[in-house]
Ligand binder design. Sequence first.
Ligand code: NAI
Length: 334
Amino acid sequence: MTTRTITMLNGDGIGPEVMDATRKILEAARAPLEFEHAHIGAEAAARYGTNLPDATIDAVLKSGVGLKGPTATGIASGQQSANVALRKRLDLYASLRPVKSVPGVKTRYEGVDLVVVRENTEDLYAGLEHIVVPGVVESLKIITEKASTRICRFAFEYARKHGRKKVTAVHKANIMKLSDGLFLDCFRAVSRDFPGIAAEEVIVDNLCMQLVRNPERYDVMVMENLYGDIVSDLCAGLVGGLGLVPGANIGASSAVFEAAHGTAPDIMGKGLANPTALLLSSVMMLDHLDLPAEARRIEKALDTVFRDGRVKTRDLGGSASTAEFTQAIIDAMV
Ligand code: NAI
């Protein structure tokens, strides 16, 4: 089997700790991977004067796959967030966040199984703002046919590949008739190419209400950048929070897998971080690399440890350290 190179981007805060745990588990799962390290975030800023050096971009472009820890924003003052810059420079246009109930983690809901597909490159996040006159600021929302079509196609193709039944377009076209109207037009046009998958539309505020009442109503959801940012965190809350939710940012020629949580400065260096979110992101990465046996091996071991419930990190009400939790997963691997 060919060994694939993964570019490891540790990031800041608890990044190196959750990365180390994830790497140990990937190695124990006998995944045919080779790891190379590239710099991002505060560590990169201290060394290169920028939180995202060209060498890091080149490394991800060459390997095609990055595994990334969280990065702190506002460290290199005046610099754009390393996350936003990475997505822009690699044109990682699709943010993918599967949100699934975790066995043994008690929440208000059971059997949640949602996928949020978020457009990553435009909308109000284009960063086009200016002061019109003192006291009045204008912020531009950019929606294009090209990006909307691309993200809707991504959502339907994801649904087809993963045997999903329905894709819901989330919008506010009743108010933003032109911009969200264009997004919906693109969604409708793309949906015609996928007759086996139901296409549904819902207004974003109604969606939020429906999700907290009845999350099993939804399957794959596709939306513009800002709605996706908010709805994906809402969905993470349904299954126990950001510490449990994986993510990926995917482009035409590279993909970066990363947890949804931040650098957790309050627990940094204490050996208390929960590596589950990055580990589940690495499971997505294994599937992306067409390594399903290794992906399922890790998923099953994690499932065993959660169901057993004896070894849990503190954020989930347990007392295990990162190292103890990591070892429990390795021990549960068959
Ligand atoms: P945070 O996610 O870092 O922390 C929020 C709370 O959750 C803290 O109490 C933290 O201890 C806990 N927590 C987060 N991840 C955990 C884990 N894996 N295990 C155990 N507990 C965990 O959010 P916060 O404090 O708002 O942000 C801190 C920094 O992270 C900021 O600089 C922010 O910009 C950055 N950030 C980076 C992200 C990324 O790189 N993808 C995403 C979100 C925030």
